[in-house]
Design a binder for this molecule. Sequence first.
Ligand code: HEC
Ligand code: HEC
Length: 273
Amino acid sequence: MRKFLTVVAFMVITVALFSGYSNYGIPQIEPAPPPVEEKLDLGSMTMDQFVALGGRLFEGKGTCTLCHNSLGRAPMLDQIGANAQERLDDPRYEGAAKDVEGYLIESLVEPSAFVVAGFGKAGSNDTESPMPSTSGGGIALSEPELAAVIAFLQDNGGLEITVEIPTDIGSETEEPDAAGSGEPRPAMTSFQELSDEFACEACHTIGEEAGDLGPNLSTIGASRDRDYIRRALLAPNADLAEGFDPDMMPADLGEQLYAGELELMVDYLSKLK
Ligand code: HEC
Ligand code: HEC
């Protein structure tokens, strides 16, 4: 009996060690939670639901929390209530906004219209914002989506909500359903598509698009091999590029990308010389 128990204990430990190894030792690449396009009926939405939609866009499609987080790379937006009027009264303010709502819209659509002191692109003396326009480029929020994000920003910043729920263009707004319905998303087949989806160019310069929160990747293949690049994508904090801080680069790409997509990115980047 004793011997039997020893054998069982041995087996349990072996299995535990092995599953521990495969959980932590081998990067797991799982398909992203399936984003299901859901038609929104804005016409029947309450303001609370519209604000909640804005909150989901803020964390999801808008990629706002990549930068607007507690790491201090961008102003904290829960204080926008107090800050927005100050920006408008700033002698440096030369934008077109007349009120707080206008300032918020301008901040999202044309970030360089006014750059918060100390947050400009390196060397631009606060004349150029590192924030990409969220109405174009890779983020491309539609007009109703921008309105929802502004409602969220106003609510979250303790301001009166002044935007209205658009009623006429409701069916154009689509939102990934966080819960999903089990349908896997189709795999993306080009680097550009992947880069747009994951906002790589919000932080990195890759060819023409210029982001400067992360290292310039335009010639990354000249100095880094495929293994290094793959590790940089799966475990960004493992080898930190010199002069950059940890925890900036999204850490969950390994869960978001299909294996083929990961290799496509590694391939593309390793050929940039
Ligand atoms: C790549 C990083 C980045 C992303 C992504 C980003 N921002 Fe910003 N944002 C900044 C930085 C840096 C500033 C400060 C410089 C400036 O004034 O433009 C800023 C400024 C702002 C301001 C003005 C803040 C103030 O105190 O006056 C607002 C409002 C804003 N962002 C909203 C958003 C929203 C909403 C999103 C998502 C839809 C977003 N940002 C995405 C980096 C980013
Ligand atoms: C919010 C900003 C941000 C986003 C979005 C982002 N990165 Fe990064 N990335 C960084 C920062 C900061 C570093 C440097 C620190 C580090 O090595 O983790 C980095 C490092 C890297 C490196 C290693 C560079 C080197 O020379 O060591 C690669 C490769 C890379 N990122 C690729 C990507 C790709 C591809 C995407 C899109 C799927 C992406 N990044 C999205 C900020 C970002």
